[in-house]
Design a protein around this ligand. Structure first.
Ligand code: UD1
Ligand code: UDP
Length: 387
């Protein structure tokens, strides 16, 4: 009997981290032909993850250009993926999340009339430009795809409200929690000497990441100014900032924060050192999607420097706070967290509303059922694992 062929594709760091558990679980079972295609929307940051999880890559479209436009990514992925889909002829294509790779790869598969499964389906804000272009990427991907893997019950409810059929939908939990729990259980790697020095300083430690396109320019300047303000008001605080490789992002932050001694920049970290860094700091300030899911799981308060979020569970649980990109609001909330023990303790509790570490297993079970390899469909992820 021929094995069902599953074509998995992703192109950026977070997609790779979140799809690694799925790739590894499907391969471990030996019931599918797994074809892994990187789009190469990211390069160094993607390669770090591929290496960290020892992912077996079958093809790489290598689309990344410096300061690339959305039009370039979309057209290069469509052009590169179309002949590949024609030759591989997969039974299903799996995509993840909300990047331009996600949307373009879904469209390429749709044009070949190949069913698509969307991992991390159903996340929404009410604003099509926030986050940009991710909100539209995921809405479009959810229309094109026929199998939906929402991570939470709330995401599933959103899909149902949009008229997405229940058939072909499974609430899985977020695969990032699979990756996080497995990685956090590994021993900490030897710390880079500069990071070890920064972590050894007295005073509170703040982990910073910022990259979103809608924050380029003024919003990022306001974020940088908030960090300047807090380092002036609280000189014993240390900010550790693994800075995204995007030259637009680097220019703004290096210009404003380069002269501030409390800010320690480093290059993007591989996943294991990064997870152990998250464990070591006191507070996370970020505009990242993935960090909003990981930090609550590790019991770290997270200030979300965006106007909206598609991840309301961390806010509802009280471990995440939406602070926007206003200098005054960010510096006020951060200073409160760093100086008021009771305020800190109110936010610092571990909660896992996003998953239980078994999302990849549920996706693999669902695919087995879909292809007639197993009698019963898997049970969905029911919800938060509690404090
Ligand atoms: C992309 C995704 C975003 C996701 C983020 C995760 C889109 C439009 N954006 O944003 O949804 O949250 O990844 O990090 O899909 N670069 C490098 N090396 C790398 C990666 C990036 O040099 O390994 C530089 C390049 O100059 C590139 C630029 O960063 O042109 C921007 O990369 P791009 O993928 O377009 O946008 P991100 O901001 O990374
Ligand atoms: N991450 C990492 N190294 C870093 C910064 C982040 O491995 O130096 C991980 C982080 O743990 C999370 C993911 O990258 O799983 C988030 O990526 P990013 O913020 O770039 O994208 P987003 O989640 O916003 O799409």
């Amino acid at each position: 009997m021929t094995r069902p062929s599953v074509f998995i594709t992703f192109g950026t760091r977070p997609e790779a981290i979140k799809m690694a558990p799925v790739v590894l679980e499907l391969r471990r079972r030996g019931l599918f032909d797994v074809f892994l295609c990187l789009t190469g929307q990211h390069r160094e940051m993607l390669d770090q993850v591929v290496e960290a999880f020892s992912l077996p890559v079958d093809h790489d479209l290598r689309v990344m250009q410096e300061r690339q436009t959305l039009g370039h990514i979309t057209s290069a992925v469509l052009k590169g993926m179309d002949p590949l889909l024609e030759s591989v002829k997969p039974d299903i294509v799996l995509v993840h999340g909300d990047t331009t790779t996600t949307f373009a790869a879904s469209l390429a598969a749709f044009y070949r009339m190949i069913p698509v499964g969307h991992v991390e389906a159903g996340l929404r804000t009410a604003d099509m430009y926030n986050p940009y272009p991710e909100e539209m990427n995921r809405r479009l991907a959810d229309r094109i795809t026929s199998v939906h893997y929402p991570p939470t019950q709330a995401a599933a409810a959103t899909l149902r409200a949009e008229g997405i059929a229940e058939d072909g939908m499974l609430v899985t939990g977020n695969t990032v929690i699979d990756a996080l729990l497995a990685t956090a259980a590994m021993p900490a790697p030897e710390a880079d000497p500069r990071l070890a020095e920064a972590l050894g300083r007295p005073g509170p430690k703040v982990l910073v990441t910022v990259h979103r396109r809608e924050s380029w320019g003024m919003p990022m300047e306001r974020v940088a100014n908030a960090i300047v303000r807090v380092s002036t008001a609280l000189p014993e605080a240390t900010f550790i900032f693994p800075i995204h490789l995007n030259p637009v992002v680097r220019k703004t932050f290096k210009e404003i924060l380069g002269p501030v001694p409390q800010v320690v920049f480093c290059e993007p970290l591989s996943y294991r050192p990064f997870v152990h860094l998250m464990k070591a700091v006191d507070v996370v300030i970020t505009d990242s999607g993935g960090l909003q899911e990981e930090a609550p799981s590790l019991g770290k308060p997270v200030l979300v420097m965006r106007e909206t979020t598609e991840r309301p569970e961390g806010i509802a649980a009280g471990t995440a706070l939406l602070v926007g990109t206003d200098t005054e609001t960010i510096s006020r909330e951060l200073l409160t967290l760093l100086t008021d023990r009771a305020a800190y303790d109110r936010m610092a509790h571990a909660i896992n509303p996003y998953g239980d570490g078994r999302a990849a297993e549920r996706i693999a079970d669902h695919l087995e059922h879909r292809f007639g390899l197993r009698a019963d469909p898997p049970a969905p992820f029911a919800g938060a694992a509690g404090r």
